[in-house]
Ligand binder design. Sequence first.
Ligand SMILES: Nc1ncnc2c1ncn2[C@@H]1O[C@H](COP(=O)(O)OP(=O)(O)OP(=O)(O)O)[C@@H](O)[C@H]1O
Length: 317
Amino acid sequence: MTVTETTSTSTRASGQPVLEASGVTMRFGGLLAVNDVNLTVREGEIVGLIGPNGAGKTTFFNCLTGLYKPTSGAVRFAGAPRKPEPAKRQVSEADDAVVVQPLAALTPLPPKPRAVVRAGMARTFQNIRLFANMTALENVMVGRYCRTSSGALTSVLRGPKFRREESATRERAQELLNFVGLGKSAEHLARNMPYGDQRRLEIARALATDPKLILLDEPTAGMNPLETRQASDLIFKIRDSGLSVVVIEHDMRFIFNLCDRVLCLVRGEALVEGTPAEVQSDPRVIEAYIGTGEDDEDEDDEPRRSQDVADGEEEAP
Ligand SMILES: Nc1ncnc2c1ncn2[C@@H]1O[C@H](COP(=O)(O)OP(=O)(O)OP(=O)(O)O)[C@@H](O)[C@H]1O
């Protein structure tokens, strides 16, 4: 299957690109998991990544976030480090001098995941990866440490600089817990928190790194309908706070109600990209999920929640 089609302009397509993946290909030995996939994410956009099981969504995500080095292709990100440019000065109508930051240019993604986080990209994983025996607040504080400057020695000596940073980190972590609706759970051990709260906590920890772009891998997996609605509200709130979001989900109703744009991968290739309305009504997407009935014996094509496509079609605007 080699058909790739871009059929939409996003409702927010006028924003500057923050991430650009071009020709991303990932092979595992003889297996072509992702084949020549392109994706541009713009400021303030929510982009959904869908596809049947084994379509290559997580592998593509891993390429976007620097966890995998693509076999070929490039990922460019607006926050990636580059040569410092002098800030330009602009004079407003009121003749006040205002310092304007130059527009962030897209530059190649740094090679290591830690550098990717510093550049402004954060992610959550399909399986919850919290520090189970730490409190909610401590989990978020850990996410914050990539933005603090205390070195090992300062931390051991616990001098004034360390104490100031520690206090600011704690304060910011509490703000983020409030933001995701976990303000009252700050002292709860992560392992004792309800499942939906653990997912929120992961998002708060990712937000603690001050990202420009957050990538969420199946954020509603295992959630009940109420938790799923709350997750949706939280993602809108994150977008409204100025971030771009990329989200992988199998729950089509959730995706089609949430996203500005959706990319459907099938067998590692981009099948269709468009608005939720375009993607959910595209016969190729329906076929990819539900099948034609001719290749029912092909287990790899079996969708986890095939009925969701039809559900989304009825419900989405
Ligand atoms: N580290 C790896 N080594 C070898 N093969 C892999 C590896 N990771 C993924 N694959 C294979 O690559 C293909 C794509 O897998 P991937 O997990 O990216 O799909 P997915 O769309 O995220 O699936 P799901 O919806 O089930 O999570 C699959 O055939 C998978 O078995």
